[in-house]
Write a protein that binds this ligand. Structure first.
Ligand SMILES: O=C(O)CCC(=O)C(=O)O
Length: 311
């Protein structure tokens, strides 16, 4: 009797989670095709922002290859802004390392991805006095994201990561090849805050594997799809086509991470970077959640596109 009930409950659970999955996928597709994304495409059509030559080149490269890199100082030629980020990152590193010496229990880490210490993780309140938030809505980056995605994007995620070196361990979680779940309309930026070499867990990417690219049929991106294929099999398909981004401090990598990527497999040295995610409203309706809540701080005037990115 007990056994029968247990089997019955398991079957009900399976059916319920199947229905839930179908509901999430349907909600995402509806918002992508008809509802939320239609409005954000219209807004972008009406106010696209104007790109300079540097930004246009980044967007062009993102469209063909799925990634683009540039020194931060070239895209944002404001030494005071860089100094503020650098100081803020140095404090985060010092606090993280002190806490690690005490055992590290107070650090923000997520189950299954303990090798990354996060400045914000989830549930923080950020205002326009936060230098990382300001970069995420700076027209220098936001206009690139909006032009690449062809809509007014949402700034979904902002964080600074300290990736711990783990010696000779096995790759796990995002250290393995995967596509991000968030959206098919996706752009991430990674800003290296230390020099990154092979020992520091560089970011790696397979160009042209994002939706619309020549390799997009390899375990294609789908809402709630299989985004971690068997590593060996994927490696055979992409032989020789992946790129490893060893690069100096201050390098900014833009990338559509709905394409295949991996990273943070630091062996001997910690890697420190800041990261931002822009995606479409449909993602926030169905697949993802912001890791912060925006609270006004300085009351500085924001453009419509900036307010939209944060709302
Ligand atoms: O840490 C890395 O280099 C990769 C991060 C990653 O996989 C992601 O942000 O989706």
């Amino acid at each position: 009797m007990h056994r029968t009930r247990t089997h019955f409950a398991a079957r009900v659970n399976r059916i319920a989670s199947g229905l839930e999955r179908r509901g999430i996928v349907a909600t995402y597709e509806l918002h992508d095709r008809l509802l939320a994304n239609r409005g954000s495409r219209r807004r972008y059509g009406q106010q696209p922002g104007s790109l300079d030559e540097i930004q246009r080149e980044i967007v062009e490269r993102l469209r063909t290859e799925g990634y683009a890199t540039i020194p931060f100082s070239q895209l944002v030629p404001d030494p005071a802004a860089w100094d503020e980020l650098d100081r803020n990152a140095a404090s985060f590193v010092a606090e993280t390392e002190q806490e690690l010496e005490r055992g590290g229990s107070a650090l923000r880490r997520r189950a299954g991805k303990e090798f990354v210490v996060r400045k914000y993780s989830w549930g923080v309140q950020l205002g326009d006095d936060d230098p990382w938030l300001r970069v995420g809505i700076s027209p220098r980056l936001l206009d690139v994201a909006n032009a690449y995605l062809g809509l007014w994007s949402k700034l979904e995620y902002i964080d600074v990561w300290y990736t711990l070196p783990e010696g000779d361990s096995e790759r796990r979680s995002s250290q393995r090849w995967h596509r991000d779940f968030n959206d098919r309309h996706l752009l991430k930026a990674f800003l290296y805050l230390v020099d990154v070499d092979e020992e520091t867990g560089p970011f790696e990417y397979v160009p042209r594997s994002a939706p619309g690219g020549e390799l997009d049929r390899l375990w294609p991106w789908r809402p709630l799809g299989e985004n971690y294929p068997p590593d060996e099999e994927l490696a055979q398909h992409i032989a020789g086509r992946s790129l490893t981004f060893t690069a100096p401090k201050g390098t900014l990598i833009f990338c559509n991470t709905a394409g295949f990527h991996r990273g943070g497999f630091a062996k001997a040295k910690p890697r420190v970077l800041a990261t931002w995610t822009w995606d479409s409203p449909a993602s926030l309706k169905a697949l993802s959640e912001r890791n912060y809540t925006f609270v006004r701080a300085n009351g500085a005037a924001l453009s419509d596109a900036q307010r939209y990115a944060l709302a």
